[in-house]
Design a protein around this ligand. Structure first.
Ligand SMILES: NC(=O)c1ccc[n+]([C@@H]2O[C@H](COP(=O)([O-])OP(=O)(O)OC[C@H]3O[C@@H](n4cnc5c(N)ncnc54)[C@H](OP(=O)(O)O)[C@@H]3O)[C@@H](O)[C@H]2O)c1
Length: 296
């Protein structure tokens, strides 16, 4: 692999992606402190100077509820910045791999979403991410949009797994939404999938580009996920007791942004590339918790 420029280097996906990609490519990784994506000119300049073969965008405005009122900032990071990247990548004839989300989908299909299903986001975050996908598609021929979902990892500021571990150590009882269904996905496995895409982009034909879905395998609700986290964490002595988990409805836990109630992604397109099923979400969770245990 040649030169890769990675945006979002200090996010939960970006950090592990930097680690996984580094043995395979010459990676320049930039976070907010090196380049604030609110400055389009700097994005253009960096891509033109670095002249990478592949740009990977793992940066995003990910505060889903805050985005409902912080609309301008969400669009600047999730829509304008990726479009600028796409234009600069097109100038070089390079490839752009842009990470997107299940939140571009409405979540009422009841069957796993295919890459060709029409997106219909329910939230400002989802709308801004969809605008990002469209900007990338319009501005760059060699684009890959990798949609993933329910991401958790060892790195980064916080995620559902880390929140549950904290609550599990603090409370005897935790209330968790049981009527939203999806697939928890370990950032490590996203990083490995992106690395495959970078490798495959080296001598790719036109039909390689486009939208891919990648999550771990399997399906669960947030409630099921919480139960699994507590069982696995207890087994590893990451928590001293398993709290009682109470299933609640979305209506009982009001938040500003509407979420898709069913956002399972069909992985079949990326399965062809990986030549395997992504690991099951529970197996991935177990491995992530073991990694946390080793680091604690
Ligand atoms: N988290 C999920 O559950 C989930 C689900 C589906 C899809 N995704 C997608 O997966 C990708 C990676 O998400 P993640 O979970 O790794 O999110 P994350 O941990 O919030 O990482 C996003 C990164 O973007 C950076 N960023 C935000 N605004 C910036 C700006 N103005 N200039 C430069 N950098 C900026 C952040 O920098 P700071 O660290 O300085 O804030 C952060 O490091 C995103 O495209 C997201 O939409 C995430």
């Amino acid at each position: 692999m040649g030169k890769v420029l990675l945006f979002g280097a200090r996010g939960q996906v970006g950090q592990v992606l930097h680690q996984v990609l580094s043995p395979h490519a010459e990676v320049t990784a930039v976070g907010r402190s090196e380049l604030d994506l609110l400055h389009p000119e700097k994005i253009r300049q960096l891509i033109a100077t670095e002249r990478p073969e592949v740009v990977v965008n793992a940066a995003a405005y990910t505060a889903v509820d805050k985005a409902e009122t912080d609309v301008e900032a969400a669009y600047a990071i999730n829509a304008t910045a990726p479009k600028i990247m796409a234009e600069a990548v097109q100038e070089l004839g390079a490839t752009l791999i842009h990470i997107s989300t299940d939140y571009v989908l409405k979540g009422d299909k009841g069957l796993p979403y295919l890459v060709q299903d029409v997106p219909e986001p329910l939230s400002v975050y989802g709308q801004s991410k969809l605008a990002g996908e469209q900007g990338v598609q319009q501005s760059c021929d060699r684009n890959i949009i990798l949609r993933t979902a329910w991401v958790y990892g060892v790195h980064g500021k916080g995620n559902f797994v880390k929140t549950m571990l904290r609550l599990g150590n603090e409370r005897p009882e935790v209330r968790v939404v049981a009527d939203q269904v999806g697939t928890p996905t370990w950032a490590q496995h996203i990083a490995e999938a992106v690395t495959h895409l970078v490798q495959a982009s080296e001598d790719a034909s036109d039909d390689f580009y486009g939208i891919y879905h990648f999550t771990n395998s399997g399906v669960c609700s947030w409630y099921d996920f919480a139960i699994a986290i507590f069982e696995e964490a207890y087994r590893l002595a990451l928590i001293s007791q398993k709290p009682n988990v109470i299933p609640i409805t979305t209506a009982e836990y009001p938040v500003p942004a509407k979420r898709p109630s069913y956002s399972v992604l069909d992985n079949s397109k990326i399965r062809l590339l990986l030549q395997d099923h992504p690991p099951h979400w529970r197996e991935a969770l177990r491995k992530m918790l073991k990694t946390l245990k080793v680091r604690s």
